[in-house]
Design a binder for this molecule. Structure first.
Ligand SMILES: *Cc1c(COP(=O)(O)O)cnc(C)c1O
Length: 352
């Protein structure tokens, strides 16, 4: 048999959030994938349908309308933007373009589970730095982990699955101290949900430091997880490299049309995000009331460090009609969902 390259066998599996098992007489909620509980934004289904009717044609490989919409919204020229099939794809593209065997990628752990998968797939070496007790990136330790061989420093803010977000001042200080041969990736998949003082202004950092790269996605706040659209904002050379290694025609015409329509529905988007943030606040109050403590959630999810009691928590949630995302031996991530789902979560915490 022809064998794949040795590192291919080392790629850890991606564990997707489970779909809920149907239960007679009970409405079950999927709180396992940080999805948006709202339907697509106004006008999005119609725009997607118009594109569906053209499926005999290849999509616009240049994603011209999408790039224009993003450029206008972000205040960066099109040359500084690279779209891809979700920001997970951007992680792969970045590592493909910048890392080879022996190169190191520093990232926090526990953090986004796609990082070790993508790093291993690229043949690079992951250097993980444990998050602190309260689920935060340990930035001094991450800085200390940078060596001559480091090509990429990944920062996940808010951190999936633990929840806290980085402050602007601490990231600015870190970026200023990082050698220029290191790309600093700010993975802001949950950016729209952040409500804190000294919140990260990643575009401002990029304007000062060409080795900063922002990753954002339409999967979470915008509710387009099923269509796969994410984008990077970076120096023109970096954005160009990300585009160069991406698969031709990756972002489908349907996804491009839906993304453009979603970006145009900003007002409704903000209303929904505010409602989800209010639900998050309500859940946080309920958690404290029930005597639990969790790391500060700044995304659309909450982390429970249940350790060895994780299976019991998951079983009790399942019993209450809530499908959550366990991380064996570590904890459980629960997405902020519909008000009824959030009510059930709070009730469950009181009982446990
Ligand atoms: C969900 C998520 C992404 C991106 O998801 P895509 O659907 O591929 O855009 C990226 N980073 C983190 C930390 C996430 O949680």
């Amino acid at each position: 048999m022809v064998e794949p390259l040795p590192h291919v066998r080392e790629i850890p599996p991606y564990v997707p959030g489970k779909p809920p098992a149907p239960r007679p007489g009970v409405t079950v909620f999927k709180l396992s994938s940080n999805e948006n509980p709202y339907p697509p934004l106004p006008g999005v289904v119609e725009a997607a349908e118009r594109a569906v009717a053209q499926m005999n044609r290849y999509p616009d490989m240049g994603c011209a309308d999408l790039y224009d919409a993003l450029a206008e919204r972000l205040g960066f020229p099109v040359e500084q933007i690279a779209a891809a099939t979700g920001s997970v794809a951007l992680i792969y593209h970045l590592l493909t373009a910048y890392c080879g065997p022996g190169d190191e990628v520093v990232h926090a752990w526990r953090s986004f589970e796609a990082y070790p998968i993508a790093v291993t797939a690229a043949g690079a070496t992951g250097v993980t730095v444990p998050v602190t007790e309260d689920g935060r990136h340990d930035l001094p330790a991450m800085r200390a982990a940078i060596t001559e061989r480091t090509r990429v420093l990944m920062l996940c803010t808010p951190n999936n699955p633990t929840g806290p977000a980085l402050r602007h001042s601490e990231v600015a200080e870190l970026v200023a101290s990082v050698p220029e041969h290191v790309l600093v990736v700010l993975d802001e998949a949950y950016h729209e949900f952040v409500r804190m003082d000294d919140a990260l202004d990643a575009p401002a950092l990029l304007r000062r430091h060409p080795n900063v790269v922002l990753f954002r996605t339409l999967s979470k706040a915008y509710g387009l997880a099923g269509l796969r659209v994410g984008y990077a904002v970076a120096a023109p050379e970096v954005a160009g490299a990300l585009r160069a290694v991406s698969l031709p025609f990756g972002v489908s015409a349907v996804a491009q049309a839906a993304a453009v329509a979603s970006l145009a529905a900003e007002d409704e988007l903000m209303k929904r995000v505010e409602a989800l943030v209010a639900e998050r606040d309500r859940v946080v109050a309920g958690i404290a009331d029930a005597g639990w403590s969790v790391p500060e959630p700044q995304g659309n999810f909450v982390w429970f460090a249940t350790g060895e009691r994780t299976p019991a928590f998951v079983a009790a949630a399942e019993e209450a009609g809530l499908t959550v995302r366990p991380f064996a031996g570590e904890g459980v991530r629960v997405t902020i969902g519909e008000p009824e789902a959030n009510d059930r979560l709070v009730a469950l915490l009181r009982d446990l």
